[in-house]
Design a protein around this ligand. Sequence first.
Ligand code: C5P
Length: 233
Amino acid sequence: MGKDVIIACDFPSAAHALRFLEQFGDERPFVKIGMELFYSAGPNIVRSLKQRGHKVFLDLKLCDIPNTVGRSMRILRELGADMVNVHAYGTIKMMEAALEGLTRPDGTHPLLIAVTQLTSTDQQRMQNELLIDRPLEEVVLQYAANARAAGLDGVVCSPLESVAVHERCGSGFLTVTPGVRFAAAQPTDDQVRITTPANAKALGSDYIVVGRPITKAEDPVAAYHRCVEEFVG
Ligand code: C5P
């Protein structure tokens, strides 16, 4: 899989998601199913979007004891998603268990990505609420290195951190980056570490995950095409 734009389908039901995707006609964008849609529509939404020809990033951000995460990944691997994720915060042992659970008998597995620090978190919140005193970028890089040590394929991080992650973990280690907005004037919503699709490309992101700038646009298909043009070129 090469550079791509992933649309975050943060919708309250399968009907909403399917209605949204109908606007794309025969086009089959790479989509992300997060907790909201998965909890309302259930595992079948993954199967049905795969059947329609979409690539699917199942963004459930697992974080629990290694045994629970490993066993849950064993279930998720049957759904046919192309990419799944965990929180790196769960430690190397948990990420290793996740990878083991996700690996099929033939040794292949969907891409497994670790969330470093959410792109809605900033230095101050991390210090005051999580009691992590190190610079945010250092935390992101340590979590990325842990994910790599556990054998994962990459991390979710801010596009602003892609360069440093690739320097630390190698250019083949994927950076999947939310926190994308078209221009400074656009609402940032709850995101704080953000940039544009063009800049994400310049910074070496492998995938951008774009939600509200597409889903809430007056013309979502045009907004998606603009993202693809700027990011993939
Ligand atoms: O609407 P917006 O473009 O902000 O959506 C970004 C998407 O990426 C959301 O679905 C959010 O859950 C997800 N995400 C994120 N930051 C992370 C991991 C996932 O924003 N670190």
